[in-house]
Design a binder for this molecule. Sequence first.
Ligand code: NAP
Length: 316
Amino acid sequence: MDSQLGFIGLGQMGQAITANLVAKAGLRSPLVLYNRNRQRAEKHSSKIGHSLVARDLAELVSTCDIIWTCLEDEKAVCEVFAEILKLDLGGKLFVECSTILPHAMCQIAQRIQDGDANVVAMPVFGEPSMARKGLLVCVPAGPKSCVERIRPYLIDVICRAVVDLSGEEPAKSCLLKCIGNVLIMTTIEQIAEAHVFAEKSGLGTKHMASLIETIFPRPPHTVYSSNMVSGDYAKGGSIVGVAKARTLTSQILDLALASRTSLKSYKVAVDHLAVAEAHAGPQCDIMGIYGAVRVENGLPFSQGGCWKEHEPSGNA
Ligand SMILES: NC(=O)c1ccc[n+]([C@@H]2O[C@H](COP(=O)([O-])OP(=O)(O)OC[C@H]3O[C@@H](n4cnc5c(N)ncnc54)[C@H](OP(=O)(O)O)[C@@H]3O)[C@@H](O)[C@H]2O)c1
């Protein structure tokens, strides 16, 4: 594999993906890393080896042929690309893995193509623990030849499967990611409700957890269920913070409204995110939906009593 790879954004997902690229992609030359917080990049680089940290975005872009981005949200992606688009992009291939809305991807893709470069939008499914194990599901869309160029870095490197939209406009995969978010949130909601029902009706969550693991043996159901039953959901921040999730989910509700789609069960999950944030603060994980369903049913937010209730700022 001769292309020089660079990677921008070393949060939970970026760290997991780059660790797998270094460990399993057989990269000839070191992976070039960039993160806004440089210390984070340096620490991660020494941990994974076979990588180096670029001085700035310009250095990374000028030295790499394939440039991946995995950033927090649309705002972060727009800010980073505002810098990148000032540079000479001729012949580069960008692989954008963040979760952003289709219209934002459309605008960025157009400007990248105007700069004589290519882009594959490749949102990913799977939370950080699955990303670390290389079990993501990747959804690439963009020119077929560009998707082929990155294919050697996908299955058995960073992901277990690909939902292949090659040949389609990049924004299509962002739309699929948004609609996939509806599946994820409503799955969390269903599992939370089943566990609360099991607890309140006297069955207990142990048997419920066994049933979930048996009927749905693969992630994400098993991951969500064990996160709830173990009480991990109440320890905060292991997947995505509720504040971030609420921004995205309200954008997705707007997208649904624009196509006159009614998403009643998604709305229930979104309302529970608000309850989770009110109880446990903005850093509370999205799995706090379970805590919200518990509260709605007269149970404490945390079943283990280990959660320190959030005190809204400005109340003192
Ligand atoms: N977590 C999940 O379960 C999951 C699952 C599937 C997809 N995703 C998607 O993957 C992407 C990354 O998620 P994550 O969980 O890795 O997020 P994260 O841990 O919060 O990391 C966010 C990354 O974005 C960078 N960043 C934020 N704002 C920036 C800005 N204005 N300029 C430059 N860099 C900026 C951060 O840099 P600093 O280190 O400097 O703050 C960090 O590298 C998101 O789009 C998310 O929706 C996440």
